[in-house]
Structure formats: structure tokens, C-alpha cells
Design a protein around this ligand. Structure first.
Ligand SMILES: N[C@@H](CCC(=O)N[C@@H](CS)C(=O)NCC(=O)O)C(=O)O
Length: 122
């Protein structure tokens, strides 16, 4: 089972690499404005999780530079996700608001919808 899962993971990574979307190019000031906001976000993820790949592709497509945190192999990050986010499930987007409150957003589709709405993306 572990071997099959590993093989499937590698296939996902190869397909993702081969079909990787092209990133949008913004003017420097516009990209900086987006980067300033995405600097307050991080995404807890597993490298080969298909739902994480789905979100990572959207991040790349829209040039959203969000820190990726390995919640599978890094015990500290995994504990952070479970204790603060509430579940060991990925992907999960951590958003630090201006008032320092923190949102933990689970579900790949909800994460993508939130980013599209926040950055007014098509
Ligand atoms: N419906 C969820 C599915 C996410 C999901 O099933 N993630 C798996 C990894 S692919 C997970 O976190 N499993 C928990 C675990 O392995 O501990 C989404 O779209 O984000």
C-alpha cells in the first residue's frame, strides 16, 4: 500500500511538472502589492497530495507567492496545524489578519475561492 501510494505520488508530481501552468506577469508595483498580502499567508500541505497540487497550481498560475509548510514530514508544523488549525488535513491556508487574528482555512476549493475573491482573479 505504501509503495502504491508512493508511485501514485510520483506520477502526480511528474504530471504536475509536465503540465505546469504559466504564471501571470504583473507590473512590479502590482506584484509587490500582492506579495505584501500573501506574506501574511502560509499553506500547510503535503508534497504529493492531489488537493495540495491543485491549490499549488492556482498559486503558480496567479503568481501568488505563499509560503508552503510541510505538514507531513515536519513534526513541529504538523503539531501547529493540528493544535491551532484543529485538524490534520491538508491543504490548509493560514491567514494572519491585520488585527493579528488568525484564520485556518481548510478545503482546496474554499482556499482557491478565497484567493480568487481576495485578489479579484478570474
Ligand atoms: N476535500 C479536501 C480533501 C483533502 C484531503 O483529503 N487531504 C488528505 C491528503 S491528500 C489529508 O489531509 N489526509 C489527512 C492525513 O493524511 O492525515 C480538499 O479538497 O482539500
Amino acid at each position: 500500500m505504501v509503495v502504491i501510494r508512493w508511485i501514485l505520488g510520483q506520477i502526480i508530481l511528474v504530471l504536475d511538472f509536465l503540465t505546469s501552468p504559466k504564471a501571470v506577469v504583473r507590473e512590479t508595483a502590482a506584484q509587490q502589492a500582492v506579495d505584501d498580502v500573501t506574506a501574511t499567508m502560509s499553506m500547510y500541505q503535503f508534497k504529493t497530495c492531489p488537493f495540495c497540487v491543485k491549490v499549488r497550481r492556482e498559486l503558480k498560475r496567479h503568481a501568488l507567492h505563499i509560503e508552503l509548510r510541510d505538514a507531513k514530514n515536519d513534526a513541529e508544523l504538523k503539531a501547529e496545524l493540528v493544535n491551532e488549525g484543529g485538524r490534520h488535513k491538508v491543504p490548509c491556508l493560514r491567514i494572519e489578519n491585520a488585527d493579528k487574528s488568525v484564520e485556518w482555512l481548510y478545503e482546496s476549493s474554499d482556499i482557491i475561492a478565497r484567493l480568487k475573491s481576495q485578489f479579484k482573479l478570474a
